[in-house]
Design a protein around this ligand. Structure first.
Ligand code: SF4
Length: 234
C-alpha cells in the first residue's frame, strides 16, 4: 500500500506488482543506446546529456569510426571531436569529457574502462548516472540508472518523493529487489516513452494505475486529480 503520510510505497507486494506489470507491458525493454564496448557505452552516456538516444546512436558511430582507438581520442584535437558531436548539444563540455576520459583511461587504467564505481567517477564528465550505466549495462553489476524518466515515474508511482537523483537512487535501492536494478532504468524509459509521457500520462489505460500513487488518486468520473496536480491527459 502507499504510505499516505509520505507517499512512499512500502508494501513489497505492491512493488512486486509494479515490477511484474512493467515487465509484462514492456517485455523487450532494454538499453536504448547502441554500443559494442565499455568505451562506447561510456561515450554514449556522455553524449546523452540533454540529447536523445536516437541522436546519440547516429553520432556515436561516426565518432568511433573517425577515432577507432582510445589513443586516437587522446591525440585528437578538441575541435575535431566538437565538430562531429555538435548536434548532440553541450558539445564543448562533452568533447572535453570524452577526450579527458580517454586520456585518463590510458594513463591510469591501462587502457581499460574501469569497472569500479569510484574509478568511473574519477573520469571527467562522469557522474553517477553514467557510472551506473556503464556498470549495469556493460559490466552487469546491479546499479540503477536514474535519468529524468526514472525519477519522474518513480515519484508518480510513489517509490520516492525526491527530485535529487542520489536520493532517488537510494530510495529505489531500498524498495526494489537488487535483481531488478538494471532493468528498472530500461522499464522506466520504455514507460516514459509510451503510456507515461511527461506531458501526457495515459492513466486511464495504464496497467499500473491500480498500484500507482498518482494513478490511484485519480477520480476518473470527475475527470480530475485529487490534490494539487490538475494536469489532465488521461
Ligand atoms: S497510472 Fe498514470 S501516472 Fe501512474 S504510471 Fe500509469 S500513466 Fe504513469
Amino acid at each position: 500500500m502507499i504510505n499516505k503520510k509520505d507517499n512512499i510505497a512500502t508494501d513489497s507486494q505492491q512493488v512486486d506488482q509494479v515490477i511484474s506489470l512493467l515487465h509484462q507491458t514492456y517485455p523487450e525493454a532494454d538499453c536504448t543506446l547502441e554500443f559494442n564496448s565499455a568505451w562506447e557505452i561510456l561515450v554514449g552516456g556522455i553524449l546523452g546529456a540533454q540529447c536523445t538516444d536516437e541522436r546519440v546512436n547516429i553520432i556515436a558511430p561516426i565518432l568511433h569510426e573517425r577515432f577507432p582507438q582510445l589513443s586516437d581520442y587522446d591525440a585528437a584535437s578538441l575541435t575535431e571531436i566538437e565538430q562531429i558531436i555538435r548536434s548532440c548539444g553541450l558539445y564543448r563540455n562533452k568533447a572535453k569529457a570524452i577526450k579527458g576520459s580517454a586520456a585518463m583511461i590510458l594513463a591510469d587504467f591501462a587502457g581499460q574502462v574501469p569497472e569500479q564505481e569510484a574509478d568511473l567517477l574519477r573520469l571527467p564528465g562522469v557522474g553517477r548516472k553514467i557510472a551506473n550505466l556503464v556498470r549495469s549495462d556493460f559490466f552487469g553489476h546491479p546499479a540503477i540508472v536514474v535519468d529524468t524518466h526514472c525519477g519522474r515515474i518513480s515519484r508518480l508511482l510513489g517509490l520516492t518523493d525526491s527530485k535529487d537523483p542520489v536520493r532517488i537512487e537510494h530510495d529505489l535501492q531500498r524498495v526494489l529487489p537488487e535483481t531488478e536494478w538494471i532493468s528498472w532504468g530500461h522499464l522506466m524509459v520504455a514507460h516514459g516513452r509510451s503510456l507515461c509521457e511527461a506531458r501526457c500520462r495515459q492513466c486511464r489505460v495504464c496497467p499500473l494505475q491500480p498500484v500507482c500513487a498518482y494513478g490511484f488518486a485519480i477520480d476518473f468520473s470527475q475527470q480530475e486529480v485529487r490534490g494539487n496536480d490538475v494536469r489532465k491527459c488521461y
